[in-house]
Design a protein around this ligand. Sequence first.
Ligand code: EPZ
Length: 424
Amino acid sequence: MDRLLVTGGSPLSGTVRIQGAKNSALKLMAASLLADGRTVIENVPRIVDCLTMVEVLEHLGASVAWEDGRMIVDTGGVDGHETPYELVRRMRASIVVLGPLLAREGRARVAMPGGCNIGSRKIDLHLRGLEHMGASFEHDHGYLEVTAGDLRGAVISLDYPSVGATENLMMAAVGARGTTVIENAAREPEIQDLAGFLVRMGARIEGAGTPTVEIQGVDRFEPVRHVVIPDRVEAGTWAVAVCATGGDVLLAGARTDHMDLPLSKLAETGAEVTVEGEGIRVRMPERALAVDLVTLPYPGFPTDLQPQMMALLASARGTSIVTENVFEARFMFVDELNRMGADIRTEGHHAVIRGVDRLSSAPVRALDLRAGAAMVIAALTADGVTEVSDMYHVHRGYEGFEEKLASLGARVSAGPARSPAVLG
Ligand code: EPZ
């Protein structure tokens, strides 16, 4: 278990380089399975989840070289089709190898992902869509045995614009016979990045980033070189931390076109947000004003920034109402915030946050990746020294988290033990 000690009261200032997007890089790595040869993916963030996806690819027989953000995936040796529970348990996003494996091998054996700290995380939409394309499933002691002799195109209407389901179905459909139309598809920038990657490989995709994606199946794919888009959630996390501490920071490499709502929400709290060179400058001249917030699929406000915003609003001027529409259990961390003197009441999907003058330090835990970042943001505003434990959750998705904090002037000191993978 690793801990972070944070002394509150220092405004963040300076420049922070935004990493490649975790939620794109993981899918691009899976998509590389479609082509035989060496695919080069640049700007892959050095985070634990990407290390786990390397293990998933190597378990399938691929070989992966990775240095300075450049990853080379050689799929020449891919001969497997199984993703074991040990890996899926660590990272449920491993399930996105299902689509490419079916397109490449016509079969897959993937451990069913369990739930996680923010919700049940079902995959019924993934499976129903693949079934429409001719796949059949057998449950076998916690594993899914999937066979799809040759996938055929289908019209698939998603009950909910699921990011993972859209990605898995796209990666299966590109190799299916005929045309696939995904209706009510997710529209996130990471979906568009994946579609761009697949088209470069030889796929034929129209409409990525809109609710209707049309895919013509093709027979073969070429390995490619691709640069991962910047991580809008990491950038948003730092932007919220700047607002919480009354700081002034340049988010180098961040893209405003991926962050419209988060940036306009922060401006509503009183932040000054300007495009500066290749980045976004966020400055907070005074204590935040309370705002209401509703999380929705993209382009709505991202659920992945909800916990961070709650940490900011906990000591804003006034009362805020936050509605979480994406994950049913994403308020679990509120109890940790209330341990620091926040005044937050939750009722189902709604949280009422009465801003307090200042949070107070207390030992707290990171419950998941984004809640962990939220606890650190809260600690940056609190009086005294806060200890945040279970920081391994944060290391799953934030590259050099403590180093970036310190470089922006935060007073932090890492605890005695840290997840070895981070130091890898
Ligand atoms: C992706 O998860 C992201 N993860 C999540 O980021 C993000 O919060 C989420 O999209 C929403 O934007 C990765 O990309 C690796 P969904 P995913 O399928 O694909 C329900 C982070 O912190 N659902 O859009 O799992 C599901 O239960 C992580 O980086 C079904 O009911 O999200 C949830 O309530 C957290 N059936 C909602 O849809 C399904 O078959 C959204 O899930 C699939 C999903």
